[in-house]
Design a binder for this molecule. Structure first.
Ligand code: TPP
Length: 356
């Protein structure tokens, strides 16, 4: 038992170890309105409730195809997308529901897409791993690990070429940072000084492979330095730190200093993939319940931010409960919308295949 506890403590210490000497970006942007702070909290709650519902429906067999949720990682989604402008671009990966919601996706359409319905953001032909919506600047998502990086470099190059002032942010995990595309794209973005943010969500695990088993260093932001890209490691469970760091990165890119890499240390509370029979933490043994319970008790970004806002007298507990009730209601509506929508028709198989 004691041996197990010390193993868990050491995993926790390793996984969330963040450079304590990092510069505090929050000092540069201390003017955030209270209403904006509450909005950050609301968006995280929206994502959490959305993902919990999706998990239940997947486990009930009502959603076809793989589903990866971002429960525990909401502060990264919300901090980043709230710092970006509406016209900026994002490129996701297999775990993209949260980025979409944080960037302003309509949850009815997103839910319908995950249910594979024709009313979805992608006509029901994408499903959970391929959600995108050009109207909110979400360029695409893909289940091929590391494949978003070159797409994002292309978008950033187009913005640079057209001088349209837009910034592209690409989200990827620690697993993707071991793909060749990561290194190729970092080099390209550096020599072309592309207006791009590489947002590395380091949750310490890729499916069941612990980072510490495959990487000589648990600090991945150092990798950017070898490509001449400025980089920073931050606490991905602190939504304000994420927000301010991205604001600072945007300012630096707008000054013409080129690409930035941000490594947000974070934790995934759920399984890699909801309901996958062979990847359960308990069966595979890469993680156990005690460890996950530790994350939930101590590193839940919503609890941490709620407590901070309450302590600063910015919001009352009753108001937070009200936000939960409203978001629950909207998500129930989204489920009802997805449920009554129809699946794509046979003819739809031929639509949106070629550009006319
Ligand atoms: C090129 C490629 N290799 C392997 C896989 C199988 N796979 C799916 S998700 C995943 C892990 C990705 O880990 P990470 O990038 O850290 O993202 P996370 O799942 O932690 O969010 C892997 C290996 C894949 N989909 N594509």
């Amino acid at each position: 038992m004691n041996k197990n506890i010390s193993r868990i403590e050491s995993v926790i210490k390793d996984t969330l170890k963040i450079n304590p000497e990092r510069a505090d970006e929050t000092q540069k942007f201390i003017d955030m309105e209270n209403s904006e702070k509450i909005s950050l909290l609301r968006k995280m709650i929206r994502i959490r409730r959305f993902e919990e519902k999706v998990t239940n429906y997947k486990l009930d067999g009502k959603i076809l195809g793989p589903v990866h949720t971002c429960v525990g990682q909401e502060a990264v989604n919300v901090g980043v997308c709230s710092a970006l402008s509406d016209h900026d671009y994002i490129v996701g990966n297999h775990r993209s529901h949260g980025y979409m919601i944080a960037k302003g996706a309509k949850i009815n359409l997103l839910m319908a897409e995950i249910f594979g319905k024709s009313t979805g953001t992608n006509g029901g032909k994408g499903g959970s791993m391929h959600v995108s919506d050009i109207s909110i600047g979400s360029l695409g998502a893909s289940g091929i690990v590391g494949s978003g990086l070159p797409v994002a470099c292309g978008a950033a190059f187009a913005s640079q070429y057209k001088n349209d002032g837009k910034i592209t942010c690409v989200f990827f995990g620690d697993g993707a940072s071991n793909e060749g595309t990561f290194h190729e794209c970092m080099n390209l973005a550096s020599i072309w000084k592309l207006p791009i943010i590489f947002l590395l969500e380091n949750n310490g695990v890729a499916v069941t492979t612990l980072l510490k088993g495959v990487s000589a260093s648990l600090d991945l932001y150092h990798r950017a330095q070898s490509y001449g890209i400025s980089s920073k490691q931050i606490d991905g469970q602190n939504v304000e730190e994420v927000y301010y760091t991205v604001k600072s990165a945007i300012a630096s890119i707008k000054e013409g200093k080129g690409a930035v890499l941000i490594e947000a240390k974070t934790c995934r509370f759920h399984e890699h993939q909801e309901g996958h029979a062979y990847l359960r933490m308990s069966d595979v043994g890469y993680r156990d319940k005690q460890e996950v319970n530790y994350w939930i008790a101590n590193k839940d970004p919503i609890k941490l931010f709620s407590n901070k806002l309450i302590a600063e007298d910015i919001i009352a507990t009753s108001e937070i409960e009200h936000i939960y009730a409203e978001e629950n209601h909207n998500i129930e509506n989204a489920i009802a919308y997805a449920d009554i929508s129809s699946f794509p028709s046979n003819e739809d198989a031929y639509s949106n295949v070629f550009i006319k």
